[in-house]
Design a protein around this ligand. Sequence first.
Ligand code: URA
Length: 208
Amino acid sequence: MTSEDPAAKLRLLEKQASICVDCRLHEGRKTVVFGAGATDADLMFIGEGPGQHEDEQGLPFVGRSGQLLSTLLERVGLTRPEVYISNVVKCRPPGNRDPRPDEIDACKGYLIEQIKLIDPAVVVTLGNFSTKLLLKTQVGITRMRGQAYPWWGRHVVPTFHPAAALRNGERVVEEMVGDLQLAVQVIEQQPAPAPPEPSVPQQIELFS
Ligand code: URA
């Protein structure tokens, strides 16, 4: 294992994140929920932020939303160990409130580095927060979903957050399955060419 190994770099990044105090969310957290899954996954999911169960267990999407996410993955022939799952913010917002802009800003460097190291062909953004962050849009998820957007040498496929499907029922579940099928199709059609590594100034510009 050399320092060039993406998995080793990811572990180092996780270690750094585990002691992060860059925003107020560190004050209430039990655990930094960095991410989980295959560190060379073709498909990466990005949620919003850890909830109570995630904060306690140190793993993303282990509560009810996570159970639904596992079911959705099964519907398109995938399992959790085959994908990588993370969040926009790595620490639980108090009372599960929405993450605030300055918290997202403080945390986004970890996410960008994770995407670069895992190097997935497709990133599925779950809900408004991750979609708006990556695609730099104010357009809501209902209008954004259903399409694959070229993004820095790979694709972003936005879909609803599983919590929205838990609230709104079968129609939303089926739309999410359709979005995941699209993500799988994009991966299969496009044996991803090596994406250009964005330079540091470009990364900053990406989220400015
Ligand atoms: N909701 C999220 O957005 N992320 C989790 O990890 C769990 C629930």
